[in-house]
Design a protein around this ligand. Structure first.
Ligand SMILES: Cc1ncc(COP(=O)(O)O)c(C=O)c1O
Length: 388
């Protein structure tokens, strides 16, 4: 079926974090990573059917859940999974937090690559560990990896884990095989386990290919724990479900125990129905959503080049989160965020959330109907042009 991504469905009054955090009736929220598109029709139908049953007791994860994850990963990414490697969980962030707790002791270090998804910081720090960043290099609108710095940091015996964000939020990179090989090789050499957060793996644009970290070699597979989910891909974040892949039996046991200790493996009947239907019947919707989001990216690129040419736009290889360089404005991202909210009623994510060296950036979520994006960019232009 053909989906209409232009249709605006009001989300005010639906307890949406994105739309209802501010009490502004005319707010345009281009922040928080969920989409303003309804889910694929088969998912809506399956959930309606489940709701109509009327009994919502505790759920047992059925075999079809594992089969759906396996078939999807094989078909879309060439990742051959076995059911016993898969651990259902309430979300990627709860999984990351439990994994950090299980594989570190207080005072250990966890390696990340700033700028990066802000919950990595909180998950590490709440587990009394230290964040060590192999800062990405930003040059000519693109992020790359400083491998010498990565190796220097990974060789610290206190570094126990590397949390890889692949594809990378907010840098928009879809890492190449060569990049992943070098990162993984360094981690193997220094005994650092890799936790590969691949939540954005299905949101990759033409010309790029997501390489699951675990497919690179049997050694990489054995040294890694991978997190995947239908939440970003199919706009199901509120259903709270993810799958963790741990192929090595010892790693798998340890992760399984960590999930039990933290009580995060019991997922809801709606999560089960949503995940199975998404992976089995959501592909047609996803293809159309990706194409629409890419058109939004082209629109954004053209709009900035025309009206705010002093701002830079990072190339978006994957994810629906555009990363805008506002260095020319000469103010901090928090000041900018405040100004946009107060004067323009436009909510964005401020760069400072993602690390110490990205205070001149803002992040825009472009997974919304074009008219919302147009309105948001119009407000951005009106608020920022006087500053330039
Ligand atoms: C890289 C990354 N990991 C995890 C999450 C959130 O995962 P979950 O909602 O499953 O906890 C996000 C959400 O934006 C993300 O960008």
């Amino acid at each position: 079926m053909i989906y209409n991504f232009d249709k605006i469905i009001p989300r005010q009054g639906t307890d949406s974090v994105k739309w209802n955090q501010q009490e502004l009736k005319d707010l345009i929220p281009l922040w928080v990573a969920d989409m303003d598109f309804p889910a694929a029709q088969p998912i809506v139908d399956a959930l309606m059917q489940r709701v109509a049953h009327g009994i919502y007791g505790y759920a047992k994860v059925p075999d079809t859940f594992y089969q759906a994850v396996i078939a999807w990963s094989k078909r879309r990414h060439g990742f051959d999974l076995q059911p016993k490697w898969l651990l259902p969980v309430l979300g990627v962030v709860p999984a990351l937090s439990a994994i950090i707790k299980a594989f570190t002791v207080a005072g250990d270090k966890v390696l990340i690559q700033e700028p990066v998804y802000h919950c990595f910081f909180s998950s590490i720090e709440r587990n009394q560990c230290e964040v060590v960043s192999n800062d990405l290099i930003y040059k000519d609108g693109k992020y790359t990896i400083d491998f010498d710095d990565f190796e220097a940091k990974a060789s610290d015996a206190k570094v126990k884990l590397f949390i890889l964000c692949s594809p990378h939020n907010p840098a928009g990179r879809v890492w190449t095989r060569a990049e992943l090989e070098r990162l993984g090789g360094i981690c193997l050499k220094h005994g650092v386990k890799v936790v590969s957060d691949e939540i954005h793996c299905d949101l990759v644009f033409e010309g790029y290919k997501h390489i699951p970290f675990g497919t690179i070699s049997p050694e990489f597979l054995a040294n890694s724990i991978t997190c995947i989910a239908p939440s970003k891909t199919f706009n199901l974040a509120g259903l709270q479900v993810a799958t963790v892949i741990a192929a090595d039996p010892d790693l798998n046991k340890k992760v399984q125990e960590a999930f039990l200790v933290n009580e995060i493996s019991s997922i809801s009947p709606f999560a089960i129905t949503g995940l199975i239907t998404a992976y089995q019947e959501g592909e047609e919707w996803l293809q159309q959503a990706l194409s629409y989001i890419h058109d939004n990216y082209s629109y954004l690129k053209h709009y900035l080049a025309t009206h705010l040419p002093a701002l830079g736009l990072t190339a978006l290889e994957g994810t629906y989160l555009a990363w805008v360089d506002c260095t020319a404005l000469n103010c901090s991202s928090r000041e900018l965020g405040q100004l946009l909210l107060q004067d323009a009623h436009l909510q964005v994510n401020v760069g400072a959330m993602y690390g110490k060296q990205s205070d001149q950036f803002i992040r825009l979520n472009i997974a919304c109907p074009r008219r919302i994006l147009e309105e948001g960019l119009g407000r951005l232009k009106d608020a920022l042009q006087p500053l330039l």
